[in-house]
Design a binder for this molecule. Structure first.
Ligand SMILES: Nc1ncnc2c1ncn2[C@@H]1O[C@H](COP(=O)(O)OP(=O)(O)O)[C@@H](O)[C@H]1O
Ligand SMILES: [Mg+2]
Length: 401
């Protein structure tokens, strides 16, 4: 099970003290760049924890003697999970092995200490340039539920369509990270030459062109990366590759929608980690709500901020046995969007290999997905929901963990 430590306040620069990098020097350079002073952590393990929970803009990480230590390896793993964070490796020695070890850990710059203010400023400037591409980075939205059958795949597809039609020229990618179920390939009746299997089994670098060449353009304006057809014949994607795929995609698409498995496979966690917003799908029934409640607990342990999650109640009907207010009370938070139930339209769309919006444009479900897009993009604020006072039997039932 994945656990992540206590949350720490968001800080944009984190550092571990180094005998040859005085705090006063770093802070004055940061100040001259208009950045607030660094937050200092006692050791590498603490830095790693803080980095995972606050995804800072920049970290200063000391390279251990000889270039290797368990804590440094753990730091490297963690760095891959916070792709927007830039890392400057610091060391008292300029040694080829140390530089190589720092590169392998994924750091972006190697700084030999002691150093003067100008060199320090230049090093920060260089990593910021790497990061400045990030201003135009697209947003990543994995669609997740711990329980299958609640509508993750259906919502992934229709969300991708809706984002692609939000405004002219919107660039949208739909990625299928699932390993069970029909998959986007079947749901959209696609027959691509390449798929995620080509990426997992690749022997070349995983750059933009390669990832792009593995995708298929749907005429609806969505570029799709389908799951591997023969999973047995394919290497598992792994967290590192999954993260890299999403990173490369967000450099060229405005929105990247990811359909993920209902368990914490490595690629699922990679997508959840990288996400700008996780769509947590539930329904207004006991078992789906219980599952969502547990998932919210896991997300907290993973260190995800509350705002990182958008809670979606799918398949809403007038006949739902559980009131929205009761559901919100047991979940301890608002449901951000409700998507109406329309089984015929959803099922028929799959049968015909089409997007719901194209098959049944007047379906109430389509309006629900449009509302979901507004919530994600901030085009309109979600409707505030009043909490009803008093405790129901249901609330008490869920309170018992
Ligand atoms: N809003 C909805 N209204 C009616 N049926 C839906 C809706 N969303 C999904 N479904 C149906 O629910 C079933 C499960 O959906 P699916 O997207 O495959 O779930 P998951 O990917 O989470 O397992 C499918 O038959 C789908 O057509
Ligand atoms: Mg599915």
């Amino acid at each position: 099970m994945v656990t992540r430590p206590e949350s720490l306040p968001t800080a944009s620069v984190l550092a571990v003290p180094h005998a040859s990098l005085p705090a006063a020097q770093l802070d004055s350079v940061l100040e001259s760049l208009g950045v607030s002073s660094a937050t200092w952590l006692p050791d590498l393990a603490a830095l790693t924890r803080a980095m995972l929970s606050s995804a800072p803009a920049l970290v200063f990480v000391p390279v251990p003697e000889g270039g290797h230590s368990e804590a440094f390896a753990a730091f490297g793993d963690a760095l891959r999970r916070v792709p927007r964070t830039r890392a400057i490796a610091i060391s008292g020695a300029k040694d080829a092995d140390l530089v190589l070890a720092a590169m392998r850990a994924g750091t972006h710059e190697f700084l030999v200490l002691p150093t003067d203010d100008e060199a320090l400023r230049r090093a920060i400037g260089r990593v910021q340039q790497v990061g400045s591409a990030g201003e135009t980075l697209g947003r990543v939205y994995p669609v997740y539920s711990a329980k299958g059958g609640l509508g993750c795949s259906t919502l992934s597809l229709s969300l991708a369509w809706a984002l692609a039609h939000r405004r002219p020229g919107s660039r949208v990618a739909l990625v299928d990270f699932t390993t069970t179920g029909a998959g986007v390939r079947v749901m959209l009746d696609l027959a691509p030459v390449y798929d995620l299997g080509s990426i997992a089994n690749r022997t070349t670098a995983l750059d933009r062109e390669f990832v792009r060449s593995c995708m298929v353009s749907h005429p609806a304006g969505v570029d799709v990366l389908v799951a591997a057809e023969e999973l047995d014949a394919t290497e598992p994607l792994g967290a590192e590759t999954a993260t890299r795929v999403l990173e490369v995609l967000r450099q060229q698409f405005d929105h990247v929608v990811v359909d993920v498995d209902h368990h914490f496979a490595e690629q699922t966690i990679a997508a959840l980690d990288v996400a700008d917003r996780i769509l947590l799908v539930t329904q207004l029934d006991i078992s789906a709500l219980r599952s969502a409640q547990r998932t919210l607990g896991v997300f907290t342990r993973l260190g995800y901020a509350r705002d990182k999650v958008a809670l979606v109640a799918n398949r809403r009907t007038d006949r739902d046995r559980i009131a929205l207010e009761d559901a919100e009370r047991v979940l301890g938070r608002a449901i951000d969007v409700s998507v109406p139930n329309d089984y015929a339209s959803c099922a028929d769309a799959i049968t015909f290999g089409r997007f719901v919006q194209e098959h049944a444009p007047t379906s109430p479900m389509v309006e629900g997905v449009a509302a979901l897009v507004r919530t994600l993009t901030g085009d309109a604020a979600p409707t505030p929901l009043e909490a009803r006072p008093g405790g129901s039997r249901l609330a008490r039932l869920f309170a018992r963990r």
